[in-house]
Ligand binder design. Structure first.
Ligand SMILES: Cc1ncc(COP(=O)(O)O)c(C=O)c1O
Length: 354
């Protein structure tokens, strides 16, 4: 059985739209795409009058090298959000297939599943002394599913998953569905990415993004790492020109070795300052519990979570209320800022009482 057999039959049968840029490169006199021959004012040499490369080869090569994978395992998307959406649309038959999530987790997995008309099975994480972990018996009992979404480090709990746990879940679900491991925050943790394991485990999909550690949330660039047959299927449904030229140019710049080294230093600075934030939170009488986690945020349970969010907002500081997530009543997620921003939050906290 091929991994493509798991996809919706109508997607397997689709011939991808053949765009002008996909049929011919952009060398020579370009009279094939109904573009304007003149670049706009202030173009800065980007050539914005031309459609971009559908999957820019240079950026793909650099990112594949950065992630330690082959280029054919990589699909560039408009953020991981689009990767989640493409997987759901390509593999899940409305009204017939199941998607499994492990809340509390990133909300787009469930939203994409619902939009697609999937049966959504939620197997909540188990809370233990050490944090939150997947309920392995619950996952085994969840039944066949086209997609199982996992996240490491998890948003919003910050817990990382052992590679063996993810690989074992993928092995058990071979021939039945894909196991998607979302590594949006992996650069902040000490864990190894599972990207290179995709080559041996065809139903494993890894999501990476340039939105977090690379500081490019405004560019909307995500990397979906999967078996080449999965990449090929998703290319049939991704719009013809998903990646804007300025976003690709910005990403190329951040992948220069000096820029990568500078980002690494910033991540170290962020994570060093996290200790100061965690200490301030742990010593606070209206904070009941602190989960430091492995990412660039901290989760806390406050005496009154919505009040913490509201009072911080009144002081000009935005936090994220997590109270609506299962098991996270009164919980608030606090993202690490610059040292000055963290100081401002700590000063607010010193004066705050629930
Ligand atoms: C776990 C997780 N996955 C994916 C995303 C979306 O990332 P992107 O900006 O690449 O769409 C987020 C954004 O917060 C996230 O927390």
């Amino acid at each position: 059985m091929s991994i493509a057999d798991l996809a919706r039959p109508e997607i397997r049968a689709l011939a991808p739209y053949a765009s002008a840029r996909a049929l011919a490169d952009s060398a020579g006199i370009l009279l094939n795409a109904n573009e304007n021959p003149w670049p706009p004012e202030g173009d800065g040499g980007l050539g914005l009058n031309r459609y971009p490369e559908p999957q820019p080869a240079s950026l793909k090569g650099k990112l594949a090298a950065h992630y330690g994978i082959a280029v054919e395992n990589l699909l560039l998307t408009r953020g991981s959000d689009e990767g989640i959406d493409l997987l759901t649309r390509a593999f899940v038959r409305p009204g017939a297939d199941r998607v499994v999530t492990c809340p509390p987790c990133f909300g787009m997995y469930a939203l994409s599943a619902r939009i697609q008309g999937a049966e959504l099975v939620e197997v909540p994480l188990r809370e233990s002394e050490d944090g939150f972990e997947p309920d392995l018996e619950g996952l085994a009992a969840a039944g066949e599913a086209k997609l199982l979404f996992l996240c490491s480090p998890n948003n919003p709990t910050g817990d990382g998953l052992a590679a063996e746990t993810v690989l074992d879940l993928a092995r058990r679900r071979s021939g039945e569905g894909l196991v998607v491991i979302d590594e949006a925050y992996i650069e902040f943790s000490d864990r190894q990415s599972l990207a290179s394991r995709v080559a041996q485990q065809p139903n494993l999909v890894v999501l990476r993004t340039l939105s977090k550690a690379f500081g490019l949330a405004g560019c909307r660039l995500g990397a979906l790492i999967a078996h080449p047959e999965v990449v090929d299927l998703l290319r049939r449904i991704i719009p013809p020109y998903p990646l804007p030229t300025p976003a690709v140019a910005a990403a190329e710049a951040t992948l220069e070795p000096e820029a990568v080294a500078a980002r690494r230093e910033q991540i170290d600075l962020l994570m060093d300052d996290k200790r100061r934030l965690v200490t301030a939170l742990e010593g606070h009488e209206s904070i009941r519990k602190v989960w430091p986690g492995e990412a660039n945020f901290v989760l806390v349970r406050a005496a009154d979570g919505p009040a913490l969010v509201r009072d911080a907002a009144a002081a000009g500081i935005r936090l994220r209320d997590q109270s609506a997530q299962p098991g996270l009543a009164d919980c608030v997620r606090i993202t690490l800022g610059t040292p000055e921003e963290n100081t401002a939050f700590i000063e607010f906290l010193q004066k705050w009482q629930a």
